[in-house]
Design a protein around this ligand. Structure first.
Ligand SMILES: *Cc1c(COP(=O)(O)O)cnc(C)c1O
Length: 396
């Protein structure tokens, strides 16, 4: 019995196994290319894609990753506050952020815009410590990062501050626009722009230890982009960033999250009875229906509703595949269990994960990507951690 009638069960054994698999894949690719294996950074932003920041980070470190990636300073500092001593990189902050906290916590700060150099220098001077920075270069994504036009002046300033001992440059990195489209011509182009930025840094005596550009998709599909470090997020959680090429099993990954709930109510409705707001689903026969106590307030996409005669997102109930009927509400949605249903209130519903459909199935039903399905899961849904024996097996 639990206080909340639903939960996200997160298998930390799967996280550990996926971390090991990503290390193995990249080490094998490096061996084939006669290169040094890249370091692996586990990206744990957005509460570890909804899985829970600290437990996931610990499991990833147990799986052998040496770096953790956090978008926000708050996330990086929460990792340090939890006593995690892996290297941490954080890359998204605005002017006026308390960067001294990151410097004190020995968190590497990305320089994504020219103004950041002075702010990092001020933070380093205020703490009396040397800041560690990584230059984030916009090689074509058109998002955060130094443009090729920004680069010369930023490199000059960074070289001066490096000479004064105010900062050291631990890396130079970028992010891809079309990593989920293997062979896309922009991949080579972005790599060339990255190499040009590294050359510009070296010409000023700055040698970034770690050059990196690959997130999950390039880690799994483009070994030539592994460079010195890879930054997988989604793959660590056992989901595929390139479902058109293969699901998790294709890459040897194990989905870590299972979202499950108990049926809150099971009852009979006559034929022709509308269900949920706007009666978008009408019972075709006398039938048994169930109430699933999760809704858009918990991050269940309203786009996953079963409306206009089309079934909604899939569900696993009593070993059978069902789907959402009618509109998803704030706290609940409905399912038509059929005229012969034997389910009773309290029976288990698997929304996605072990014993049910996949997060990718949900992404397709809600016209989105699996990233969003797991990450948007609300704070009201308890996360329950298990360490499954089957994944411990595959872990060895
Ligand atoms: C989110 C993010 C990643 C991880 O992306 P995945 O596709 O989930 O592997 C890596 N690097 C940066 C800069 C990111 O913002």
């Amino acid at each position: 019995m639990s206080l909340f009638p639903a939960r996200a069960v997160v298998d930390l054994g799967a996280i550990r196994a996926n971390a090991r698999t990503l290390r193995r894949i990249t080490a094998e690719a490096a061996q084939t290319a006669g290169a040094v294996p890249p370091a692996v950074m586990a990206v744990v932003k957005a509460d570890a894609y909804g899985h829970g920041l600290v437990p996931v980070a610990r499991a990833a470190v147990q799986g052998g990753v040496t770096w953790l990636g956090a978008a926000q300073l708050t996330e990086a500092l929460a990792l340090r506050a939890a006593g995690i001593d892996a290297r941490i990189l954080t890359w998204l902050y605005a002017p006026g952020a308390p960067l001294h906290l990151a410097v004190e916590a020995e968190v590497d700060l990305a320089v994504s815009a020219p103004w950041a150099v002075a702010e990092i220098a001020a933070a380093a001077r205020a703490t009396g410590r040397t800041a560690r920075v990584q230059l984030k270069v916009d090689t074509g994504l058109g998002r955060n990062g130094l443009t090729p036009d920004d680069l010369p002046a930023v490199l000059d300033a960074v070289a001066r501050l490096r000479d004064e001992g105010v900062l050291t440059v631990s890396g130079l990195f970028s992010h891809l626009a079309f990593a989920d489209t293997p062979g896309h011509p922009t991949l080579d182009h972005q790599l060339e722009v990255l190499h040009a930025a590294v050359a510009a840094a070296r010409s000023r005596g700055i040698d970034p230890e770690l050059r990196h550009i690959a997130a999950s998709a390039a880690t799994l599909t483009a070994p030539e982009l592994h460079l010195d470090l890879v930054r997988p997020g989604l793959a660590l959680y056992g989901l595929s960033p390139v479902p058109q090429i293969g699901g998790p099993e294709h890459f040897g990954l194990i989905p870590a999250m299972t979202l499950e709930a108990e049926l809150a109510t099971v009852k009979r409705l006559p034929a022709g009875h509308g269900m949920s707001y706007g009666h978008q689903y009408v019972t075709p026969t006398a039938t048994t229906v169930g109430v699933v106590p999760l809704g858009y307030g918990d991050g269940i996409p309203r786009h996953a509703s079963g409306v206009d005669g089309a079934p909604g997102a899939p569900l696993g109930i009593s070993g059978r595949r069902r789907s959402i009927a009618g509109r998803v509400c704030m706290d609940q949605f409905m399912v038509d269990l059929g005229p012969e249903a034997t389910e009773v209130a309290g029976d288990r519903v698997v929304l996605f994960g072990r014993g049910g459909p996949s997060a990718e199935d949900w992404a397709r039903a809600a016209d989105t990507i699996s990233y969003e399905i797991v990450t948007r899961l609300g704070g009201r849904v308890p996360r329950v951690y298990v360490d499954d024996e089957t994944t411990q097996e595959s872990d060895r």
